[in-house]
Structure formats: C-alpha cells, structure tokens
Design a protein around this ligand. Structure first.
Ligand code: MN
Length: 332
C-alpha cells in the first residue's frame, strides 16, 4: 500500500467515528513514564478521572441525538450551535486524545525535516517556537490550552484557547488543525508544580513527542483529496453505514440509503480536481452511482440481509477502486 493511501485512510477514518460511543484510546505509556516532567499521580488522575469524565459526559450528552452519527471533528466544526455541555466535553475529549499522543518518555525525539523547516520559516527557530507556545500557555488566564496549528493555507501558527475549546471549533479565533497541544489546566500540573505553570511548561518540552507532531504535520499538510469535498462527504456516509454492517448491523444503511445515493450522484456531478481527472476515475464514479442505486433497490424490495450486505460491499469496493485509481497516478 502506498503512503498516500495510508494517509488517506488515516485521514478519512479519523473523521468517521461510527454512531457507537466515543472512547478513550489507551495511554501509550505507563502513568509514571514521564516522571521528572509530569508525575505519575497527575497522569493517572488526569487520564482516568478528568479525561474519562469528558468522554463519558460527551456520550451522555449526545445519546439519542443526531450528533451520535457524526465524527468528533464534524461536531467541533459546528460547535457554536451546540450546548455548553457538548462544547466542553467534545472539546475535552478531542484535546486530551491529542495531548496523550504528543507526550512521550522517549528522549530527544526530533521534528521531521519538513516540519523543522516550516518551524524555522515561521518562527525563526525551534527555541523561538517553544518560547512562543510557552508564553501562549502562561498568558492564558484561568484554564485552557496552547496550540501549534496548521492553518487552512497550510502555515504554522501558535494560538491558545480557553477552557476545552480548540482551533477546530467554528468559534475559535485562530482556526486550524492542531498538531501540538499543551494542557494548561491546573489539573495537568498542580500536584507537582502548584502555582508554577511556567515550570511545567518548561518541563513539557522534555517529554514532547516530536515524531507524533511531525506525523500530524504531514497529515495536516498532505491531506489528500482536501480539494475534493464531494469525495470526502460520500466517504463519510459510506463508512458510517458500511462499518456497522461489518458487525451485522444493517439499520444505518437501511435508514440512510437515500442519502448515500444522493451523495454518490453529487460526487459524480461535482468537478473532479485536475490531478484525478482521468477517464478511469470518471467511469468508476459512474459505477459507484450504479452500485449505490442497486443497493437502494435491494433495500426497497426488502431483499435478504445477505443480499443487502453484498450490495453494500460492492459500493465499498467500488469506492476503493476510485481511491486506488487516484493514488496509483500519484507521483508523490
Ligand atoms: Mn486536562
């Protein structure tokens, strides 16, 4: 599998949580792994109480609402329309899931060449970036976060948000894809540092996972199909209906088949970005509409679950043919 496909799959699957409840990812190291910078008790309480609380409250708040079907990033993108409970807990869940990954017990991880170059171009040096982020964290009054983000024009920017807000929210002053976040809530440092937030911020840089920040930078800047929204929209509905079917749940596809067909048609009629505009891609998009319509026919005539599952698998395979054709011609 090509790197570009892997990136697409990770980018798309990150945006396609199913209607199932949101979950915490297991911590990738022991609670005491960051001792020296962040103590074990802080890590344990932070992960098992604070972060666990956000996800539990998020799941409770969205249960039985249309938000259950949405990805976390989609919810964040229209957070201005949601309740404070959803805003605080969706933000809290996203932010902490990111936070654990940008910490590591591994010493002296390095930014990739590409990220290092972008940091130098944007801030002058890595030290200047650290200083700017530490200042953003120190200046944040009360609770909040300091962020390094990739903006819509693929530039790096440092920003900070209050409470559990983040730069993916439609209400954020500076919007972008976070690639590094520092939790400056007291719960993140108080047991060890008490009021000395600046000392915690200094220590943070001893356990920063630059490999992970680099990986997130690659994803945020390389985002394949970024210019092909219709493809991403179709994929979102397909994955939210296909993945439950893999577990024997055909209800989502039965409920949303009309939407799936209309997204397939929209994808076929939307302009194809020049880099993917090939006859084979066009033909496969036509096949995708046909496969979706066939699936709709099966559902409407109340075909057996086996037949519906087969027709849905056909839609899924056809979609991946489209993606494969685009990736095969990719020169990167
Ligand atoms: Mn926290």
């Amino acid at each position: 599998m090509k790197i570009s496909q892997l990136i697409l799959i990770s980018a798309l699957s990150a945006a396609s949580f199913l209607s199932a409840q949101f979950k915490q990812t297991p911590l990738p190291y022991a609670y005491n792994a960051l001792e020296g910078a962040i103590d074990a008790q802080t890590m344990e309480i932070h992960y098992t109480k604070h972060a666990a609380g956000y996800v539990a409250n998020l799941n409770k708040a969205i249960a039985g609402t249309p938000l259950e079907k949405e990805s976390l990033t989609t919810i964040l993108s229209h957070i201005s329309k949601e309740s404070p409970t959803v805003r605080n807990n969706a933000g809290g869940h996203y932010n902490h899931e990111l936070f654990w990954t940008v910490l590591t017990p591994e010493k002296n991880t390095q930014a990739s060449e590409k990220l290092a170059k972008a940091i130098t171009e944007s801030f002058g040096s890595l030290d200047a970036l650290k200083e700017k982020m530490s200042k953003a964290g120190a200046d944040r009054f009360g609770s909040g976060w300091a962020w390094l983000v990739v903006t819509a024009d693929k530039k790096l920017a440092v920003t900070s948000t209050p409470n559990q807000d983040n730069p993916l929210m439609d209400i954020a002053e500076v919007k972008g894809t976070p690639i590094l976040g520092i939790d400056v809530w007291e719960h993140a440092y108080y047991l060890k540092y008490q009021n000395r937030r600046a000392d915690y911020l200094t220590a943070f840089w001893n356990v920063t996972n630059w490999k992970e920040v680099s990986r997130r930078y690659e994803m945020a800047t390389k985002g394949k199909f970024d210019d092909w929204q219709a493809l991403k929209t179709f994929h979102e509905v397909m994955s939210q209906t296909f993945h439950p079917s893999e577990e024997g749940n055909l209800q989502p596809v039965k409920t949303r088949i009309g939407e799936l067909v209309s997204k397939a048609k929209a994808l076929q009629s939307a302009p194809i970005p020049a880099e993917y505009n090939k006859p084979a891609v066009k033909n496969s998009l036509a096949d995708l509409v046909k496969a979706s319509q066939n699936l709709e026919k099966q559902i409407k005539k109340k075909a057996s679950d086996t037949e519906i599952t087969k027709a849905l698998a056909d839609v899924h395979d056809t979609f991946h043919t489209v993606v494969g054709l685009c990736s095969a011609e990719d020169k990167h």
